[in-house]
Design a protein around this ligand. Structure first.
Ligand code: GUN
Ligand code: ZN
Length: 444
């Protein structure tokens, strides 16, 4: 395995700035060095201190004006929906019926799924995202296509087959038993194969019967270590519908809890209209929330209460999600841009260190992968990005007036997007180079 090395400014969170003084959470080296071997980081730190670990003959690629950062982590996204991003004019339930379900029907065709998976993963890497928690469709072949492409690229991805046995077009429905069996077969084939991880994926309570939610719970019991992803408390009409469909449950979250779906490695998308008791349950069980600001704004769903969710007295694990195709960008930088505004509308502030925590180590923590993803430190998997704060003339001009690394990071999260991602590295291999197209690994 060849040794590779990158030299540049290093920004890496090592602790949670929602719970400690932000300055105590940041590893920042103005002139830093990262050494990688065998898919892992073997050394990272100030150039002068680390350069002695460079093997003879290895010269680091030098990026004096750029920032080396961990690869970004997207905790909630639907790959089949990239072909309908930006669909006009509806809120959640109408949006699903009008745009989403017709689109997902196309994934019965594995060749179509393979093509969309290829485009999706290329766009993720161009946006600097190296790990995502991904919804496929109800078709097992949509999962197969996705993991096959992720395996080819060497990315660490979490994904699963959507479970739906009611309230959707007939061709998109499975049954409790079939959904269970197809999921079990996909777990056996993909969970823990290389870097791929499986998520049991009931779409949301309205499209699953009680029997299907229970079958999902049985899958989690039978396969310790697999993930669970679903949607929760996104939209008022959705919440009213869940109350009608599950009159015997105490709350929307309880429909999942009753089936054994609320625990470590469960990730709930949105969780906008939550009560204190819901946050307490998530905290107590170690379940996580994916904050999806561009989607929550685009569908008019509401403002996520980030400060409340992160209350250090009972913090809930929170990651950042793009939720494309309801979300409007695969860029975590653009997602942070909107996250800041959502916090502002809620009367709070999202500073740059907290923001980048959410997009890196905080996301990894939401996924229980914080021992291997989200930091530039020895032993961590070598997924990282080379970020260019002067990606456009306007950004370069604005950067002249930045006086601290926090201001540069804040510039990146307000003005930055995929243009600011100069390179993306996965498992120690360069998979995207903005300035040297075509991409280092062929995508077509
Ligand atoms: N709730 C159930 N399905 C979906 C989906 O595909 N996107 C969003 N944003 N919410 C959902
Ligand atoms: Zn979603």
């Amino acid at each position: 395995m060849p040794v590779t090395a990158l030299r540049g400014q290093i920004v890496s969170l090592r602790d949670n700035p929602f719970e400690r003084a932000p300055a105590d959470c940041l590893d920042w080296h103005e002139d830093g060095l990262v050494i990688m071997e065998g898919g892992r980081i073997t050394a990272a730190g100030p150039y002068e201190a680390v350069k002695g670990a460079l093997p003879a003959g290895v010269t680091p690629a030098h990026h004096p004006d750029k920032i080396l950062m961990p690869g970004l982590i997207d905790t909630h996204v639907h790959y089949p929906q990239i072909q309908m991003i930006g669909a006009y004019g509806e809120q959640l339930l109408e949006w699903l019926n009008t745009y989403t379900f017709p689109t997902e029907l196309e994934f019965a065709d594995q060749a179509h799924a393979a093509r969309v998976a290829r485009v999706f993963l290329r766009e993720l890497l161009r946006a600097g995202t190296t790990t995502a928690m991904v919804y496929c469709t109800v078709h097992p072949q949509s999962v197969e296509a996705f993991f096959a492409e992720s395996e080819r690229l060497g990315t660490r991805m979490i994904a699963g087959k959507v479970l739906m046995d009611r309230n959707a077009p007939a061709a998109l429905l499975d049954t409790a038993q079939r959904g269970h069996d197809e999921s079990a077969a996909l777990i056996a084939r993909w969970h823990g194969r290389g870097r791929q991880l499986y998520a049991v994926t009931p779409r949301f309570a309205p499209t699953s019967t009680e029997a299907q939610l229970e079958a999902a719970g049985a899958l989690l019991c039978d396969h310790p270590g697999v993930y669970m992803q679903t949607h929760l408390c996104e939209n008022r009409a959705e919440i009213d519908w869940v109350r009608d469909l599950f009159p015997e449950r105490a709350s929307y979250l309880d429909t999942y809890d009753h089936a054994g779906l609320v625990g470590p490695r469960a990730v709930f998308g949105h969780a906008i209209h939550m009560h204190e008791g819901d946050f307490c349950t998530c905290h107590d069980r170690g379940a996580a929330i994916a904050f999806c600001p561009t989607s929550n704004l685009f569908l008019g769903s509401g403002l996520f209460k980030l400060a409340e969710a992160s209350d250090p007295r009972r913090p809930v694990r929170v990651g950042l999600g793009t939720d494309v195709g309801a979300g409007t960008s695969l860029s975590q930088l653009q997602t942070l841009n909107e996250a800041y505004k959502v916090a502002a509308l809620g009367g709070t502030r999202l500073d740059a260190l907290r923001a980048f925590w959410l997009a890196t180590l905080g996301g990894a923590r939401a996924l229980y992968l914080e021992d291997r993803l989200g930091r530039l430190a020895p032993g961590y998997e070598a997924d990282l990005i080379v970020v260019d704060p002067r990606a456009t003339p306007f950004m370069a001009f604005r950067a002249e007036h930045c006086r601290s690394i926090e201001e540069i990071l804040f510039l990146l999260m307000t003005m930055g997007d995929d243009r600011a991602i100069a390179e993306t590295w996965v498992a120690g291999r360069k998979v995207h180079d903005r300035d040297a197209p075509p991409d280092p690994i062929p995508f077509a």
